[in-house]
Write a protein that binds this ligand. Sequence first.
Ligand code: UDX
Length: 445
Amino acid sequence: MNICIVGTGYVGLVTAACFAEMGNHVTCVDINAEVVSNLRQGQVHIYEPGLEEMVTRGTAEGRLQFTTELSEGLQDALFVFNCVGTPPREDGSCDLGFVHQVAREVGQLMDGYKIVVNKSTVPVGTADTVRQLIQEALDQRGVDHEFDVVSNPEFLKEGGAVNDFMKPDRVVVGTDNVRTAELLKALYGPFARSRDKMMVMSVRSAEMTKYAANCMLATKISFINEVANICEEVGADVREVRMGIGADHRIGYQFIYPGVGYGGSCFPKDVKALINTAKESAYTPQLLEAVDEVNDRQKQVLARKILSYFDPQGGVAGKTLALWGLAFKANTDDMREASSLEVIRELTEQGMRIRAFDPVAGEKAKELLADNDLVEVVDDQYAVLDDAQALAVVTEWNQFRNPDFEGIKAKLTAPVLFDGRNLYPPELLGQSGFAYFCIGRQSAS
Ligand code: UDX
């Protein structure tokens, strides 16, 4: 099948590469000429395991093309996937400027039947607006082409996006047009191998499903973070509590790892956007507001622990913290809404120096933190420790899970470890002579 993908961000590029991998002909359109030129040469601007190989293969075998011209992408395409960004506005609502612009241009350029698929995360009702904008553009041209607008949200997590696309838990298609539903089922057939993974529903339900899914996951995280904080107060261990509750199939073990709060490009934005949508409909979403607030507070928990530890020693000003992990989670270079940024902000505001390392996000972090004189991003995991007063672990990269504790001790001025991801057993750290602070468990000191 011929497919046009508009937008070569995480979602667009993964979607394009995976469709091409299955034998479809895919043309990716992006207004950024540099990105397009790099992609043509197989240079992928996104860190996503498995993606670069797929892009290289698709390009070499002629199934994947890149262009800055939407007209070129539309030429033979039956499906037009709208995968452009929907950044958050100041008030938490979604900026749909790019989505609308693509809709207008599709209307201005299309020359035959198209299925326009909204893949970007967009508020309920966006498909209606997209339909209207395409129709207006067609009317202005005085032409009459048939088209359909479908909602087909993505459920890709960064670091596992290729796998999520190739082996989805479900494929949600929002349309009331039976023929369109059949065409999408055919397109996704090779991915959603068992029929019951294809879920056809109304457009609005599909749009809502995306938000409900992410908000449910965010709720689980804020819930366990709240439980962890209470555990600390009452002398319980959240690791044990997690095992105890996760064994109940209705609860499950996943997404109840306490930590430094959720970050990334989806959860913070989507929770705020659904709050906004609800309020626009005069509904007060109390639970979602609490999920958001608990997360804001959780992002400060690690910095608070560090501040209160150093308080009796004259505060953190002039002291140096070694920090492991800058990305918002492991296996990505993405630092959007990363908790590390909050930790760094709070501590440097108090005059603490930070020497940070991340296996992949280092280069991005150097740019992002360039104007903060108190932060130095270093390319060596152990070099950051030299003469630092403590180590803080903020991202759960595998290479941090089993470090050389004796080596850490030898380099720090004192063996002090703040663990925002509960990577280490407190007993072991205590025996090794560390003052160890973690989340939702008793500290060792
Ligand atoms: C998420 C959804 O998982 C995905 O389905 C959706 O399409 C996009 O949003 P992503 O943002 O890539 O994906 O990351 P995810 O792995 O879900 O983690 C989100 C955040 O929650 C990270 O900051 C992570 O560290 C945190 N998290 C996750 C926890 O703190 N505890 C957990 O138990 C799980």
